[in-house]
Design a protein around this ligand. Structure first.
Ligand code: AMP
Ligand code: ZN
Length: 139
């Protein structure tokens, strides 16, 4: 199986590495939304967030937090977005679980403009019930 992120972990592909320990590595995204756009990944190949073992959650988020401090203090970012695309429908293009840390600047001109929907009558409660019953059935 060919995976560009596994190649980066194994140092078979070059990357601008920002942080690395035994289980996690972070590097600059090659096509940034803004300069400093970084990725945080587990070194082991898990396709998406649902496959990620919970014992990695804390370590990954702690690296994301360190990078957030890094872009605020090092690049004078005014804010940042934390993002993880999961599934093709959500825009995932590399199927090795990862989190984006995107520095934001007051002047960057991006607007996450979405076509926001409205719930129909009673629909909000019906949707909440579906999600709650699915999560209540989890082990
Ligand atoms: P996603 O669309 O959420 O799966 O994000 C995958 C990200 O990986 C994209 O933002 C790509 O620009 C980035 N990417 C792909 N190949 C490389 C690479 N060789 N080095 C660094 N970033 C990469
Ligand atoms: Zn991989």
């Amino acid at each position: 199986m060919q995976c560009i992120f596994c190649d980066i972990v194994k140092k078979r592909s070059k990357a601008e590495i920002l942080f690395e320990d035994d289980s996690i590595i972070s590097f600059l995204d090659i096509n940034p939304f803004n300069v400093g756009h970084s990725l945080v990944i587990p070194k082991t190949h898990y396709e998406n967030f649902l496959e990620l073992p919970p014992d990695l959650f804390g370590g990954i988020l702690s690296v994301v937090q360190r990078l957030a401090i890094g872009v605020i203090n090092g690049l004078q970012a005014d804010g940042y977005n934390i993002l993880s695309n999961n599934g093709r429908a959500a825009g995932q293009s590399v199927f090795h679980c990862h989190f984006h840390l995107i520095p934001r600047f007051n002047t960057d001109g991006y607007k996450f403009k979405m076509d926001l929907k409205k719930y129909g009558n009673g629909e909000m409660n019906m949707i909440a019930e579906k999600i709650k019953s699915a999560i209540n059935n989890l082990a």
